[in-house]
Design a protein around this ligand. Sequence first.
Ligand code: GSH
Length: 310
Amino acid sequence: MSAPQIILHHYAFSPYAEKVRLALGLKGLAWHSVDVAMMPPRPLLDPLSGGYRRIPVLQVGADIYCDTHAILPALERLAPEPSLYPGLVAPLAEGLTYGLERDLWLAVIGVTVHFAGDLPEAFLRDRKDDYLYVDISHGAMEPDFARNAQRVAAWTAWLTQALADGRPFLAGDRAGVVDLAHYHLLWLMRGGGRAGSVDRLLGLAPLHGWIERVAALGHGRPQEMAAEAALEAARTAEPAPVEAANAVPDLVAAAPGDAVTVTPDDFARVPVDGRLVAVEAGRIVIRRDDPQVGALHLHFPRAGFTVARG
Ligand SMILES: N[C@@H](CCC(=O)N[C@@H](CS)C(=O)NCC(=O)O)C(=O)O
């Protein structure tokens, strides 16, 4: 049997996509790269994502993984070695990195914008109205700069202390998700020629060895793919059977087969509708029947998403 085709829908500047690209590098995987626009409309992704609007999205045939906390566990199941979770069991590593990203995302954007200045008007409007619900223009973020910078500095000081004993990676000798989740936040701030200013502000020189080691994981073996070919890959595939110990919590009040919506509870709160397949400790799976591509399973992490009767 041929290896499943891994397709990543992403754009170059996306830090969360960088986290996944590095995971593909850590595992040394071959994958297909579908370039998407930095903001909607994304008409060739919508049939797969059901309107989930964040990037990245991972596709394996007719299985669609939304959010890096669904994507990385999926990659781990597809290619268990080398593991993304050395030294920490997967749920713990996912839980910790989920908390880290949530806590720091807007502060990291504040530091980035401080050095980057204003981004294009249409981009700022999209991020405010349909993604972050916060105005991330330079003028709007700047009054909070000191607070944001202190939060980020407290975190990078921890990071520096954690690596002070000379360990190559955060959990020891091998790189893992914990490294990737810390790294991609730094990657956003330090990108676009900002590394010198950000490193001076936060005193990041001691982290340079670790930053280079994580970057050296690379991106695996990407090969460009047209969005139309990805749609065709979904159309000609069936979703993989879900082996789930269904543990639908009372809070959801829905049974497998019921119409439900799944919605991020933080940013880009666009509901995705479908029929419930499974809710487990760490994941939600729904089925969608799309007129263009047929049956799909969409996989979401539990953390950060709500499920409601449709
Ligand atoms: N919790 C999500 C966050 C993803 C996220 O916020 N991605 C950013 C790009 S790095 C995004 O979607 N921005 C808005 C957009 O591209 O439409 C994850 O882990 O995947």
